[in-house]
Design a binder for this molecule. Structure first.
Ligand code: C2E
Ligand code: MG
Ligand code: MG
Length: 753
């Protein structure tokens, strides 16, 4: 058909109004109808054969070009993001023209296609060379001899304009009904083809996601029969399609769960359209593993379930790391016992149970005696090994249902539940004490410890975990004070004692300022001559309400509250001043011993030596009494201060010798001047005891190492005589004199002289 045959040539104005409505078949001739039918059939075949969508569009262009001579067809698509149009299919348009068309912005002057998209309606332009709607791309019309151009919007299924379909003629003309029909059908089919392409792309994407997902995915029908699985499922379970397609989904599952468990899951899927959780699976090789499941139903229009979409992953590793984290948070890594956290959990739980069952509960607080010494002398790895062994022994003493925990360091706690009477708890406590005094064989080392145990009962003593723990702790301290290796039951007196302790701590703050502290002096007698030119300064507190208080009642409190440094400095200065006086009145070599607690060494570097230098008095005027254990703790400050004393001539005595962990090498290393044999050995001297042998040994050893020996707590003449016979250098004790105020001390000396 030639353009010249056109019967229906109309003006622009007419076109716009007349073509708003679709062209009607009834206006077509029979022949035209036939051609259109043929055209539709051919295009349909293309679609059905599943050709590529660009190919379909190009074929549509070519078919239409066959039906309209002197014209070329173009499909342009709108790039919504960039708001411009690009050529999608134009098999007969020269490449140079396509290049110029690409990037066309829809607008009132951007040609027929730009207008069709801009106005969202068909645009028929008879003369491109002078129509204002072609203004911005006029050169294109000139360059490629396009004289007229008709364009129609291509719409998606939802009616949205996604591009244009155009016929450009090399002659000036307007479309007749037949042409419009061709355009309509063309743009419609192209719309469908492009829509289909989108759907197919999405399907393609979905299937790619399905296939390449890292999670195992399976699809079942409504009866939970597997109809599809992905690669990841095969990799995880070992099952191939042939193993599982047509089988029930239960092939994936282990037998660990009851059928009730699964009934609940499927009910939840139905009700909430989703379920997720942990299920134990079993793979093709019968390995069972925990899996995290997601189950989603796929419903049809009537809401009935057609399929189930199930994905899952192996969470063995995650569970393992969760478990490790949980263990770290709740268990002690050294002994494997529950830690403080877990202990409190269990205690709270046990309290609830005991309240419900109306039974008793015993809480034990166990502190190992002398553990620090084992640690210090044998090293931490031996200390650790001892704790592990102690934990085992503790566990062996209790029932499976009881809890043994480690709070930290050498502190353990035990919950004994279901106790009917305190007696049954006491039997267990006795067993524990016996177990812990047995020697600990730790590789090459043999270590000895014991335990101090505090016990309290629910509901008798307290009904909260915190209070029970406080009680048990106080009772344990009472056991320590009772000489260790024993147990003590919480009493309300302990609570009172604790209160008194905190009141004392409060009052002690002002004691120094208010001059309530004073020193007593106990003579230290040279056994051979009976001469006294040494004394030990012993502190007292003149309490305004309680009268005179001894150091045993407040020194440990001063240590806890760090008041000991100030108190100690005061004692030192007081003693130095007294020494100066007595050196003038009695003996130029008069010497005063003062006690210095470990806390004083560690809190700061003392400036005692400077003080002595400033006063210009001999370092030998002072003896510092320390305990054996201080030497074990080779704290940098301890070493420094001891060496400082040695250089200044200040002498050092080991107090209470024989009660701590002693090491000859330490005594030598630190240049110790005196050993003070503890009064507990002296007390037994009279009867034929081991203590006598021990004393003799200590004296001999001390003399060999160049040290002098002072016997403490000499209360009888026979003790004095025995010590003298053994070669002991000095004696101190009630036999000679009790600790005395300075003036009475002076009288004592004068009396002696
Ligand atoms: P310590 O250094 O072993 O002092 C000897 C203790 O034994 C003194 O007790 C003394 O009164 C007592 N004692 C002396 N002879 C006898 C005796 O024949 N029989 C008996 N049973 N006891 C006797 P005190 O004065 O109660 O002091 C107790 C502890 O307090 C001292 O033991 C010492 O470790 C500490 N202490 C005393 N004054 C101070 C001080 O100024 N600073 C520090 N850090 N601790 C001090
Ligand atoms: Mg002393
Ligand atoms: Mg002593």
């Amino acid at each position: 058909m030639s353009v010249n045959d056109e019967k229906d040539v109309r003006s622009d104005e007419d076109t716009i109004h007349q073509f708003a409505a679709p062209a009607s078949y009834f206006e077509l001739t029979n022949e035209e109808q036939g051609r259109i039918l043929q055209f539709q059939q051919e295009v349909l075949e293309l679609v059905v054969l599943g050709n590529d969508y660009r190919e379909i569009c190009e074929k549509v262009c070519l078919l239409i070009e066959q039906l309209l001579e002197d014209a070329v067809a173009t499909v342009m698509l709108l790039d919504k993001e960039k708001q411009c149009m690009n050529v999608f299919a134009a098999p007969s348009v020269p490449e140079a023209c396509i290049v110029q068309l690409n990037g066309l912005r829809p607008g009132p002057d951007s040609g027929s296609c730009g207008n069709a998209v801009f106005r969202q309606e068909a645009v028929f332009i008879e003369s491109t060379l002078d129509d204002p709607r072609w203004q911005s791309i006029r050169q294109l019309a000139i360059d490629f001899n396009i004289l007229s151009c008709w364009s129609m919007p291509v719409r998606s299924k939802g009616g949205e304009c996604i591009g244009s379909f155009a016929l450009s003629s090399f002659v000036r003309r307007l479309p007749n009904t037949y042409h419009r029909k061709l355009l309509e059908i063309g743009s419609f089919i192209i719309g469908i083809a492009l829509e289909q392409q989108k759907v197919n792309e999405q399907l393609n994407l979905s299937s790619k996601v399905f296939e390449n997902s890292a999670e195992a995915i399976l699809i079942t029908d409504a009866n939970k029969v597997i109809i599809a699985i992905n690669k990841a499922l095969n990799k995880l379970t070992g099952y191939a399609e042939k193993d599982v397609l047509g089988k029930s989904v239960s092939i994936m599952l282990s037998k660990r769960h009851s059928s009730k468990f699964f009934q609940k899951i499927w009910a939840s899927v139905k009700q909430f359209n989703h379920w997720q959780g942990e299920i134990w699976n079993r793979d093709k090789h019968k390995r069972e593993y925990p899996a995290w499941f997601n189950i989603t139903p796929v419903r049809s229009h009537d809401d009935s379930i057609n399929y189930y979409l199930i994905n899952f992953s192996d969470i063995t590793d995650k569970k393992r790391s969760d478990e490790i984290i949980w263990r770290q948070a709740n268990y002690d890594s050294l002994t494997g016992l529950p830690n403080r956290n877990m202990f409190y959990d269990r205690l709270n739980q046990s309290i609830k149970n005991a309240a419900r069952l109306e039974t008793k509960l015993a809480v034990l607080f166990i502190d190992l005696d002398r553990f620090k010494e084992v640690n210090d002398s044998f090293g931490h790895s031996v200390g650790d090994a001892l704790l592990v062994e102690a934990a085992k022994r503790l566990n062996s003493c209790v029932r499976e249902t009881d809890t043994v925990a480690r709070l930290g360091g050498d502190e353990f706690t035990i919950i004994l539940s279901g106790i009917n009477d305190q007696q049954s708890a006491e039997i267990i406590i006795q067993t524990i004490l016996l177990e812990l005094v047995k020697p600990f064989n730790l590789g090459t080392k043999l270590a000895y410890v014991s335990a101090s145990i505090g016990v309290t009962y629910f509901p008798d003593d307290a009904n909260s975990a915190d209070l029970l723990m406080k009680n048990a702790d106080q009772a344990m301290y009472a056991a320590k004070n009772n000489g260790r290796n024993c147990w003590s039951c919480f009493t309300s007196n302990m609570r009172v004692a604790t209160k008194i302790r905190s009141k004392t701590a409060y009052e002690l703050r002002s004691a120094l300022r208010d001059h309530q502290l004073f020193l007593l002096y106990q003579p230290i007698v040279e056994l051979v001559s009976g001469n006294v030119y040494k004394a030990e300064a012993l502190i007292r507190w003149q309490h305004p309400e309680r009268g005179t208080i001894g150091p045993d009642e407040f020194i440990s409190i001063a240590e806890e509250t760090n008041l000991i440094t100030d108190i100690g400095d005061w004692v030192f200065k007081q003693a130095v001043n007294q020494a100066i006086v007595w050196q003038e009145t009695f003996n130029i070599g008069f010497q005063i011993s003062i006690n210095k607690s470990p806390k004083q060494f560690i809190s700061k570097m003392s400036d005692w030596v400077n003080y002595l230098n400033r006063l210009g008095i001999n370092g030998q005027s002072i003896v510092v009494e320390i305990t054996e254990n201080l030497l074990l703790d080779a704290h940098e400050l301890v070493v420094k201060q001891l060496l400082n004393y040695r250089d200044a001539g200040v002498q050092v005595a080991i107090d209470d010798f024989g009660t701590g962990y002693s090491s000859l090498s330490y005594l030598k290393k630190f240049d110790i001047d005196y050993l003070k044999i503890d009064q507990s050995f002296i007390a037994n001297l009279d009867n034929e005891s081991n203590d006598r042998i021990l004393c003799e040994a200590i004296i001999t050893m001390a003399h060999r190492l160049g040290m002098k020996v002072i016997a403490e707590g000499v209360e009888t003449n026979s003790q004095k005589q025995l010590l003298k016979a053994m070669g002991c250098d000095y004696g101190q004790g009630y036999f000679f004199s009790k600790p005395l105020p300075a003036d009475r001390f002076e009288a004592f000396i004068q009396h002696q002289v």
